[in-house]
Ligand binder design. Sequence first.
Ligand code: ZN
Length: 310
Amino acid sequence: MMIQDLENNERFSTDYLNTAPKKGDFAAIFKTVEREILMDTAADGSMLLPDATEFADYWFDPDDADADKKAAEKGGRLVYLFTITETSFYTFIYMGDVTPDFSFTGMEFRPFNFDILPVPRKVFFGAETAFQLAGWLHDNRHCGRCGAPMTVHPKMRCVRCTECKNMVFPRINPTVIIAPVHDDKILMIRYRGREEDGYAGTALIAGFVEIGETIEDAVKREVMEESGLVATNIRYYKSQPWGFGANLIFGAFCDIEGSAEINIHDTNEIAEAAWLTRDEIHKKYNGVSITNEMVARFKFGEDFENHLGE
Ligand SMILES: [Zn+2]
């Protein structure tokens, strides 16, 4: 299980409804550069987002040609993102010179990270995916081709230039996560700058797919860079959308060809790498990230889903 595997048969939909907010919908509002989200927590630590209808004053009809002009006078506009089952998610695009005051929600901007309990899954995964889209909207307020203002397309999840009609769609960055397995051990690493994570059981080899590469090429290159080993028999596992980095992560297991002796090439990025036995893995299976699930899959075997929290 990963964070996008929702409870109660809830389903993420990419349908672009672009309807006005109704009671029960969520407003996922960010300071994207600071990576902060307007939120609160319930007594049990679960994540609370403001109801989207609280921002009705910032909602404009998608077909209103003057919507951006009106929004700029108020400091921005509420925009539709996506729907999970019956619940739609919206975010806020800051516009004009006015700084909008969201204190009417009774909520505050807080750092958006895993210090926040990732529950309910629908709310956390929705917020994470909204963060990806909010960052994309923030970074595409002007056209990269001609420099004119962009506007939200009324019928598609894209922004369109008000002058040259250039269309820009959400960017998804493909990445790979790799678990080499050899001699009944799994190769785990520790990144520099994450010393607070402690050692074993924190991370797997990972990296971006580069221009001109296949997923398999990226797997082989990353394994070589981060461990000096030759990946072979690459076995696709699962994928995970990861809104924090606008990633689509491809998870794979692989074997090692030749020597299994670790020799880190990329010492700027990687502090340590080690072959760990099942008993040496201390990271608990928490059902959030693909890394965590792959480690659990190795540690507990095929019935790993029965070991949540262990
Ligand atoms: Zn343009």
